[in-house]
Design a protein around this ligand. Structure first.
Ligand code: GLN
Ligand code: ZN
Length: 760
C-alpha cells in the first residue's frame, strides 16, 4: 500500500476502530452475575458463561455497526488494571502466589472479613475506579495469558479478528504505589521483559495489531520518566506485533517528541478533549505511522458535531493519506452508557442530541464513510440543539451577567464573622457535630423505593420521614451532640436529590456507567440552564429544627460536586454551568437562613477530582470552582455560619484554594491518615475553623473515646482550640444505628474530656 498523497479529501471509506466497550451489558447482566456469584447463588461456570455471552453480544454489535477494528481483552470481571497485573504476574504478594484463581482475583478486589482488598482510586479524571498496583521487590512477573488469549480465541471462533487491548507498562507502573517506599521504577526491566513475553505470545498467535494504552503520556512527566518510556518502547517495538500507542483524556503536549519517537506503528490521540494537538501531532508523526483520530467523545453523552470531526479527519487525511488514518472514539466507551434504545421517557428532542456507546460507534462509522443521510441528520440535530429555547433561560443568563464582586465575597472577614457567630450560636469549645447523613436503614430505603414507584402516597411517605427525622434529632440530643442535622433520610443520592429539583437536568432510565466492580452510577444529564423553581431542602431542615433548641445544620451538595457527578452539557463552558448551579444553591442558602437556620453546610467532596490532568490548567479550574462555592455561600449575614465538607482524597496540594473557599468551618476526612493533613493546614496558616475527622466511618468498628482523644490531641498540637471541631470523617449513611450511636457517644465523651482538660 502506498500512502495516498493524491486525494486530499477522502473518497473511500476510512478505517474505523473502537478502543473499548462498556462491559456491564445492556441490562447490567454482569452486575447481576457477579453479585449472584459473590452471594453464592451462582456458580463460577454461570458467571463465566454470562461474561462470554456479553462479550459475544458486544463484539457482534460492534461488527454490525461497521467498526473494522474491534477490541478484545477490554472486558473485565472487575477491573482492567487488575487484569493487567494478572497478565504480567504483578499481583500483590500479600494475596498469595501462583496462578490467580477467581477466588484470589476477587479477594484482591473486594474487602472481606479476612483481608483488606487492594486500594481503589479514580482512573485519571473519570469516575471509574481502578485497583492500585502494589509494587514490591518480590513480584514474580510470571505472565498469565489465559484471559488475553481466551478472548482472542473466543472472538476468532465467531469469525472476528480483534485488536487486543493492553494497558501499557509505563502507565501500569506509574499508576501504582511502591509498598513501604519501594522504588517501583526499579522494576522496569522485569516488567518490560514480561510485556515482551506477552507480545511474543500474541505474535505466535499471528496477531497483527495491539492497542497499548498509555494515557500517562497526557500528564506532566519528568525527564527521567520520558527516558524510561524510550527504554521500554525500544524493546517492545522490536516485536513483530504492531502497536497502536493509545493516549486519551488530554493533550500529549510537551511529551509529543518522546511519544512519536517511541517507534510504534500507530498513535491514537484525543482530539475532543485536546483538539489543539492535531496539527502538532500530524507534523511530528514519523513517515509510516498511522494516526487514530479520536474525534467522537468517549466520555460524555452528546452527539458529535460532524462538521468539526470531519474537518479534523480531513486534515489528517490530507497530510497522511487515507491509508494512515483511523477514525475512532476519543477513548474507551467504558465511560458512557450502553445504548439509547430504552430511553423512552426522555423528551424526543433531548434524546435526539444524545449518543451512548452504541450510537457513538454509529457516528464513528458514519464519519469514516460518505454517509450523506447521516451527515444531514447530524447537521440538523446540531442546528436544532444550538437554537433550542429549552436549553437557554434568559433569567438565568441575566442573573449570571449581573454577578458582581459582592456576590463572590462574604460581607466581612472571617475574624469578624467568628465573633458574630460565637455570640449567636453560643457553642462550647470543641463543638461536636456530624457530616449530615445518618444510617440509611433497610426501612428508609424501602419507604423511598415504595414512594418512587408510586406504591406509597405522599402523605404516608412524608409522615415516615418526619418520624425518622424526629427519632434522629432525639437521638442526637441524647448523645449530646452540639450541632444537629436532620439525617438526610429523604436523599437517595447527594447529587440526584438536588438535580431532581432543578430545571436544566434530565434523568435517564438506563444510563448506567461502571464506577467500580459491579457498582454502576446513573449520572443526571445537565442539558440546559439551571434554575431552582422551589426550595429543595427547606422543609425537612425546618421541620428538624422545630424539634430542638440546639442549632440545626442545613445540608446542601455544592455546585462543583453536582457538576462532577453529572453528564455536563458541552455547548457552554463547564464554569458557566457550575455558576448556574451555584446561583440556584445560593437561593437555597438564603431560604434556609431566612427560616432561621444559622448553620449551613455545603459539601464539596468532588472539588479536587475536578482538577485537570495538566498542572498548567489547575489554577484556571480552581479559580472558577472556588468562585462557584463563594457564589453559593456569600449571601448570608456574618452570624450565619457556613460549613463545608471534603473527603476521599488528599488535599494538601490545593490547600490555598480550600482556604480561598472562606468557609467558616471545614470538616475533612483525616482519621485514617492520623491527621496527617493538619501539617499542611499549619504550614499554610489556615485561619478558619476545622473539623478533622476523628473516626473512620468506612467500617463498623466502634473506636474508643481514648483513640479519639489521641487524635484530638494531635489536632490540638497544630490548631488553636477555638479552631477545632469534633466530627466523624464523613456521613454515616452506610453504617448501622447500633455502631453509629456507640461511636458518637465515644466521640462526645472524648470531646468533653479534652474540653475539660483545656479549661482546667
Ligand atoms: N452530607 C453528606 C453525608 O453526610 C456528605 C457525603 C460525602 O461527603 N460524600 O452523607
Ligand atoms: Zn465525606
Amino acid at each position: 500500500m502506498v500512502a495516498g498523497k493524491t486525494s486530499p479529501t477522502f473518497t473511500k471509506k476510512l478505517s474505523t476502530a473502537n478502543l473499548g466497550f462498556p462491559r456491564m451489558g445492556r441490562e447490567r447482566e454482569l452486575k447481576a452475575a457477579l453479585e449472584g456469584f459473590w452471594a453464592g447463588k451462582r456458580t463460577e461456570q454461570e458467571l463465566l458463561e454470562t461474561a462470554a455471552s456479553l462479550r459475544k453480544r458486544h463484539w457482534e454489535l460492534q461488527r454490525a455497526t461497521g467498526i473494522d477494528t474491534i477490541p478484545s481483552n477490554d472486558f473485565s470481571l472487575y477491573d482492567q488494571v487488575l487484569d493487567a497485573l494478572v497478565l504480567v504476574g504483578a499481583t500483590p504478594e500479600r494475596f498469595g502466589s501462583g496462578k490467580v484463581t477467581l477466588e484470589r482475583y476477587f479477594a484482591m478486589a473486594r474487602n472481606s472479613r479476612e483481608q483488606t482488598a487492594m486500594e481503589m482510586t479514580k482512573w485519571f479524571d473519570t469516575n471509574y475506579h481502578y485497583l492500585v498496583p502494589e509494587w514490591s521487590a518480590g513480584i514474580s512477573f510470571e505472565i498469565d495469558t489465559t484471559k488475553l488469549l481466551g478472548e482472542l480465541r473466543q472472538a476468532r471462533a465467531l469469525n472476528l479478528e480483534t485488536r487486543p487491548v493492553l494497558i501499557g507498562p509505563m502507565t501500569l507502573l506509574l499508576l501504582g504505589k511502591g509498598v513501604d517506599g519501594f522504588d517501583s521504577m526499579s522494576l522496569l526491566p522485569k516488567l518490560t521483559a514480561a510485556y515482551i513475553k506477552v507480545l511474543q505470545v500474541l505474535a505466535d498467535e499471528d496477531v497483527d495489531w495491539v492497542q497499548i494504552d498509555e494515557p500517562m503520556l497526557v500528564t506532566d512527566l519528568s525527564d527521567k520518566v520520558r527516558d524510561a518510556y524510550r527504554t521500554v518502547y525500544a524493546e517492545l517495538t522490536k516485536s513483530p506485533v504492531r502497536l497502536m500507542l493509545t493516549t486519551y483524556f488530554d493533550t500529549i503536549g510537551d511529551n509529543l517528541q518522546t511519544t512519536v519517537t517511541l517507534g510504534t506503528a500507530g498513535l491514537h490521540i484525543d482530539v475532543v478533549r485536546a483538539p489543539q494537538q492535531l496539527a502538532a501531532t500530524l507534523a511530528a508523526l514519523g513517515p509510516d505511522q498511522v494516526l487514530s483520530v479520536g474525534c467522537v467523545e468517549g466520555r460524555n453523552i452528546w452527539l458529535t458535531d460532524f462538521a468539526i470531526a470531519s474537518s479534523q479527519i480531513a486534515q489528517a487525511v490530507e497530510q497522511l493519506g487515507a491509508e494512515r488514518v483511523v477514525v475512532a472514539p476519543s477513548c474507551s466507551l467504558l465511560h458512557v452508557p450502553h445504548d439509547l434504545h430504552s430511553e423512552t421517557a426522555l423528551s424526543p428532542r433531548l434524546r435526539s442530541w444524545l449518543r451512548f456507546a452504541e450510537e457513538k460507534l454509529q457516528e464513528v462509522a458514519a464519519l469514516a464513510s460518505h454517509d450523506q443521510p447521516a451527515r444531514s441528520a447530524n447537521a440538523a440535530a446540531i442546528t436544532d440543539r444550538a437554537a433550542a429555547d429549552t436549553t437557554t433561560n434568559p433569567r438565568v443568563r441575566a442573573a449570571l451577567a449581573a454577578l458582581e464582586e459582592k456576590h463572590f465575597r462574604r460581607a466581612s472577614a472571617y475574624a469578624q464573622r467568628a465573633v458574630a457567630q460565637r455570640e449567636k450560636l453560643g457553642l462550647p469549645l470543641l463543638p461536636t457535630t456530624t457530616i449530615g447523613s445518618f444510617p440509611q436503614t433497610a426501612e428508609v430505603r424501602k419507604h423511598r423505593a415504595a414512594f418512587r414507584r408510586g406504591r406509597e402516597g405522599t402523605a404516608e411517605y412524608d409522615a415516615f420521614l418526619e418520624k425518622a427525622i424526629a427519632e434522629c434529632v432525639r437521638e442526637q440530643e441524647r448523645i449530646g451532640l452540639d450541632v444537629l442535622v436532620h439525617g438526610e433520610f429523604e436523599r437517595n443520592d447527594m447529587v440526584e436529590y438536588f438535580a431532581e429539583f432543578l430545571d436544566g437536568f434530565a434523568f435517564t432510565e438506563n444510563g448506567w456507567v461502571q464506577s467500580y466492580g459491579s457498582r454502576c452510577v446513573k449520572p443526571p444529564v445537565i442539558y440546559g440552564d439551571v434554575q431552582r423553581p422551589e426550595p429543595m431542602t427547606l422543609r425537612w431542615t425546618h421541620y428538624a429544627s422545630s424539634l430542638t433548641s440546639r442549632p440545626m445544620k442545613g445540608m446542601l451538595t455544592g455546585p462543583i460536586t453536582v457538576l462532577q457527578w453529572s453528564f455536563v452539557r458541552n455547548d457552554i463552558p463547564r464554569s458557566q454551568t457550575a455558576w448556574q448551579i451555584a446561583l440556584a444553591l445560593r437561593d437555597e442558602v438564603s431560604d434556609l437562613e431566612t427560616a432561621g437556620i444559622g448553620i449551613i453546610q455545603v459539601d464539596e467532596p468532588a472539588l479536587r477530582e475536578g482538577l485537570p490532568l495538566r498542572h498548567a490548567d489547575w489554577q484556571a479550574y480552581l479559580d472558577w470552582a472556588v468562585k462557584a462555592f463563594r457564589i453559593t455561600t456569600s449571601g448570608v449575614a456574618d452570624a450565619t455560619q457556613i460549613h463545608t465538607h471534603m473527603c476521599y482524597c488528599e488535599f494538601e496540594d490545593v490547600l490555598p484554594s480550600i482556604a480561598a473557599l472562606d468557609a467558616d468551618v471545614i470538616s475533612m476526612e483525616s482519621a485514617r491518615s492520623r491527621m496527617e493533613l493538619l501539617d499542611a493546614f499549619r504550614a499554610h496558616g489556615y485561619p478558619n475553623e476545622i473539623g478533622p475527622g476523628v473516626y473512620d466511618i468506612h467500617s463498623p468498628r466502634v473506636p474508643s473515646a481514648e483513640e479519639m482523644r489521641e487524635l484530638l490531641a494531635l489536632a490540638l498540637h497544630v490548631l488553636k482550640p477555638e479552631q477545632v471541631w469534633v466530627n466523624p470523617d464523613c456521613g454515616l449513611k452506610t453504617r448501622g444505628w447500633h455502631e453509629t450511636v456507640a461511636a458518637l457517644e465515644n466521640m462526645c465523651k472524648a470531646a468533653s474530656e479534652v474540653r475539660a482538660q483545656l479549661q482546667s
